[in-house]
Design a protein around this ligand. Structure first.
Ligand code: GLY
Length: 439
């Protein structure tokens, strides 16, 4: 029988985890990859790999057609913004990854807050959308010291500025808003919520969804949640598929939000959202609130989730495009998971580049390659999140011990956060949440 050909767009560690999940399908599909660079981990798994501009919708769609792909999955957000999913559907290739209009869920903060408000989803703090300075000062005064300013568009994590973290006075806030107005950017100002963040990611076919376990990412570069923001330094999930600081009601609330957002998108656009629905939530004194939505797998969260996934990922992808997720077995192993990223010295502001890496001593964990290349047969770090290690265990403590023992075996000018998944950090999260809930 002819093997199915699955096209993967993208080539970071998230896409390495997606590639691993595709090739371990019992259907033994062929993996085709349209990449922005050669990731040696993905190359080893692919039957064909093409390097090009992953945001060039015609180039991706034509390559998919030439290679006779049966199904595609888009890893990162940038190609979703440039309508790569639309172009693939147009040449007859079904895609896991929303069309451009639906990807506004990630690319436009105003689109999402208005969707949540106007279609009865809820979960939003007080907010207002702006494209000029009219009313900005008055709204900041109404919010006092609790505000967040979010620029529309994909800004690589740099478009969100939080009072107390990035902005220390209303005059700094006004200056940032003026900068956005000067470049013609729209932005949202919203009330800053107080609580603990977590991610709840679902596969979504339009009307049917499959929910993954809740995960917590760590955005700051240094231990104790200090230092500059990064793409994410690591993440963990618990064996019961919740997190130690969440109640069962919190997890259910997050799942319900994802379900309501999928329904709201159909109502607003008339089109089903087919892709990964990544809810960024905050557990607060008022219950679970929505921080943001993303239109693809979180990185690093994807590495935990797809390592845990025991069902056939290709069957899940097919059920997404057919909107038949309710008809398939979709299960994750009953283990806790801890993911830690090794990043170059100096990351994220002045990362080392072009250094040698040796991962030959690492054993008994899953490893995913990110910003790496091969030069003269040797593995070389190229300057961003380099290698992720994911360990599973009966509890977070044992998974953390295994991840930590193995990441220490990587050789190269790298660092990682030792605190991710430790008992001390978990206790802090539990205490913070207990204080917030008034217990
Ligand atoms: N986990 C952060 C992100 O993927 O945007």
């Amino acid at each position: 029988m002819k093997k199915k050909k699955i096209l993967l767009v993208g080539s970071g560690a998230r896409e390495h985890a997606i590639a691993c999940a595709i090739v371990r399908s019992p259907q033994q599909p062929e993996l085709l990859v349209f990449a922005s660079s050669i990731n040696p981990g993905i190359k080893d798994l692919a039957s064909e790999m093409h390097v090009g501009d992953i945001t060039d919708k015609e180039a991706v769609a034509n390559w998919g057609k030439d290679t006779q792909a049966d199904l595609a999955i888009v890893g990162p957000e940038a190609p979703l913004e440039t309508a790569v999913a639309d172009a693939l559907w147009e040449v007859g290739i079904p895609v896991v990854g929303p069309k451009q209009e639906l990807a506004q869920l990630e690319t436009s903060k105003a689109f999402t807050r208005d969707l949540l408000t106007n279609y009865g989803v809820g979960g939003s703090p007080k907010y207002k959308c702006f494209d000029s300075m009219d009313g900005v000062e008055a709204f900041l005064q109404e919010l006092g010291e609790l505000y967040v300013i979010k620029a529309n568009g994909l800004m690589g994590g740099k478009g969100v500025k939080v009072a107390g973290d990035h902005l220390h006075s209303h005059s700094e806030a006004l200056e940032y808003c003026q900068e956005l107005v000067d470049v013609g950017a729209e932005f949202v100002i919203e009330e800053k919520m107080i609580g603990v963040e977590f991610s709840l990611i679902s596969m979504c076919g339009g009307k049917t969804l499959m929910h993954f376990p809740a995960v917590q990412d760590h955005k700051r570069a240094y231990e104790g949640d200090k230092g500059p923001n990064t793409g994410g330094m690591g993440s963990y999930s618990d064996a019961d598929h919740s997190l130690p600081f969440l109640s069962a009601d919190d997890v259910n609330a997050a799942r319900e939000f994802n379900e309501k957002v999928a329904a709201a998108l159909i109502e607003k656009t008339g089109q089903p959202y087919k892709g990964v629905l990544y809810g960024g939530f905050m557990a607060t004194a008022k219950g679970v609130m929505i921080v943001e939505y993303n239109a693809r797998f979180g990185d690093p969260e994807c590495l935990n989730l797809l390592t845990l996934l025991e069902s056939d990922f290709v069957e899940i992808l097919e059920a997404v495009v057919a909107d038949a997720l309710d008809g398939i077995e979709a299960a994750c192993q009953p283990f806790a998971s801890v993911c830690k990223y090794a990043v170059p010295e100096g990351y994220p502001d002045k990362p080392l580049k072009g250094f040698n890496l040796d991962m030959s001593g690492v054993q008994g964990v899953s490893t995913y390659l990110g910003a790496v290349d091969v030069k003269d047969g040797k593995l070389v770090g190229t300057g961003s999140r380099t290698i992720a290690v994911v360990a599973l265990g009966s509890d977070i403590k044992s998974a953390e011990a295994q991840a930590e023992s193995q990441i220490l075996k990587l050789k190269g000018p790298l660092f990682h956060r030792k605190d991710i998944g430790t008992e001390e950090l978990l206790d802090q999260r539990i205490q913070t949440m207990a204080t917030i809930r008034g217990n």
